[in-house]
Design a binder for this molecule. Structure first.
Ligand SMILES: [Fe+2]
Length: 282
């Protein structure tokens, strides 16, 4: 598997502070007043010029309800990125530029097979073609985490080109060529199963997918987390802060700690790492 565990994080300290302020519904001035950290220094942190001390970060974590250890680690550029264990199937992370960012899709298949399942289509078929592994010729299915342009580009073309019999989308989402897959529904492939979990928050219709190999004696499960959780952060709560928080806690509590998390942006991580350090997982 390509090593995606040591890539830069999707969100820096400033992004996390901004998301946490939005979640709490407080202004910069209110945070400054309540924590004693000057508004100008908070603004600098949000503008990616942080000079906050450990003491500042501890007060901010307490006021904003964030994991103190994780926030301090982000503040010093030392957020822990765990070792990614062995999986009982092969995973190809597909990283594609989109706008000013990068979006991830993932192929999962039996090692040595030319067939795989695709999670999200990323920026579109041209972007996918650049990163597509030559060995994969056929798709057994496509699963979408949510119907945002940077994750569902060219879905119908992908389905047609790779002969995918089905493209699953979260219940309530609309995407051409997609059919809904709701909470707890499982699809079985040769070497693994994929179970959908409804995880609203970033979007009203958002699924995470848990990939497991029930027959395998070793190896972790894989959680395709879309824009619910990233290493060190969460997706923007464009639908609901409360529901994102509930979805995050539910998913992290549900899976074993060694579960590998494959997010829609940024590096791979594990459930255990995010339970311990993710600023929002409190
Ligand atoms: Fe996204």
């Amino acid at each position: 598997m390509t090593d995606l565990s040591t890539l830069p994080l999707e969100d820096e300290l400033g992004d996390v502070l901004e998301k946490a302020m939005r979640r709490k519904g407080v202004t910069l001035d209110e945070v400054a007043q309540q924590t004693g950290v000057a508004a100008a220094r908070l603004m600098d942190a949000i503008d990616y010029r942080p000079d906050l001390t450990g003491d500042d970060l501890r007060r901010l974590a307490a006021f904003l309800g964030l994991n103190e250890i994780g926030l301090c680690a982000l503040g010093t550029g030392s957020y822990p990125q765990p070792e990614i264990g062995t999986l009982p199937f092969c995973v190809w992370p597909l990283r594609m530029p989109h706008g000013i960012g990068v979006t991830n899709a993932y192929l999962v298949g039996e090692c040595g097979s030319s067939r795989a399942v695709l999670f999200d289509t990323g920026a579109g078929i041209d972007a996918l073609a650049v990163v597509w592994p030559r060995s994969i010729k056929q798709l057994d299915a496509v699963f979408l985490t949510h119907a945002e342009a940077e994750h569902v580009g060219g879905l119908c073309e992908v389905v047609a080109r790779f002969g995918a019999p089905a493209a699953f989308i979260p219940k309530g989402a609309t995407a051409p060529c997609g059919q809904p897959l709701g909470e707890g529904e499982t699809r079985t492939f040769a070497a693994f199963t994929v179970t959908a979990f409804a995880t609203p928050g970033h979007a009203a219709a958002h699924n995470c997918y848990l990939v497991r190999a029930p027959e395998a004696r070793h190896g972790a499960a894989l959680l395709i987390s879309g824009d619910l959780v990233f290493a060190g952060s969460v997706g923007g709560a464009y639908f609901s802060h409360e529901q994102l928080q509930l979805s995050l806690k539910r998913m992290l509590a549900m899976v074993p700690p060694n579960t590998v998390i494959a997010p829609g942006h940024g590096p791979l991580t594990t459930a255990g790492n995010e339970i311990r350090y993710n600023p929002f997982a409190v």
